[in-house]
Design a protein around this ligand. Sequence first.
Ligand code: SF4
Length: 256
Amino acid sequence: MTLDFNHKPSFADRVTEAVDDALTADQATRTPRDYLGGSRLGHACERALQFEFMATPKDDGKEFSGQSLRIFAIGHVLEDLAVAWLRQAGFDLYTRKGNRPDGGQFGFSVAGGRIRGHVDGIVAAGPEGFGLAVPALWECKTMNAKNWRSCVKDGVTKSKPVYAAQIAVYQAYMEAQVPGISANPALFTAINKDTAELHHELVPFDADLAQRMSDRGVRILQATDAGELLPRVTVNQDFFECRFCSWADRCWGAPA
Ligand code: SF4
């Protein structure tokens, strides 16, 4: 028998593993959502969105890792901080109905509840001197330094089309509840997770984008009801999106 003294996990590894085991166990108890998330409609691939909507099991080893779950959780905490900072700066920002902790989140539900979304917040008034048109949708994202820099350089619409699509869809679908929200530019906050730098921009409503995303949602629902699989985004399995897709094995194993 050979004794291996080299691969004993360190104290740090063991603690992280214990945390990640707890997080992944907790995640496994959560019911997968049974609707198409409005925030996801701008994803490059309609087939991937369809897999997501159908709660299709991910390929082996593609479930969220403990680290991914920690990244999501940190993003949520940073978003709460951004709410506090903006309020301190004089933005009248509503994140829950009545701005009460027990008030429900603002959101929408369309297509018989099969497309839904929850908004980060609604700006009811800006600080003096900003001339902010309200009510305005507020959307907050956290990013690593590289993505944040590209967002600052090119703007959210070009650098993060998925977020731009989400903003357009939310502005459109929230209009019935918050009249005027689609007429006014949305306030977008991007937090640099590495440096705590902030980026803000106003995003005008793009009705055409909202319509295209809404049509896309309908297409996904109809194809699913008909038992059809929507086309792949590419003919090349090495395509960027496919390399990171949770259903790549299933997708490329299926007939085109
Ligand atoms: S593997 Fe590629 S084509 Fe297939 S669902 Fe994923 S992103 Fe779409």
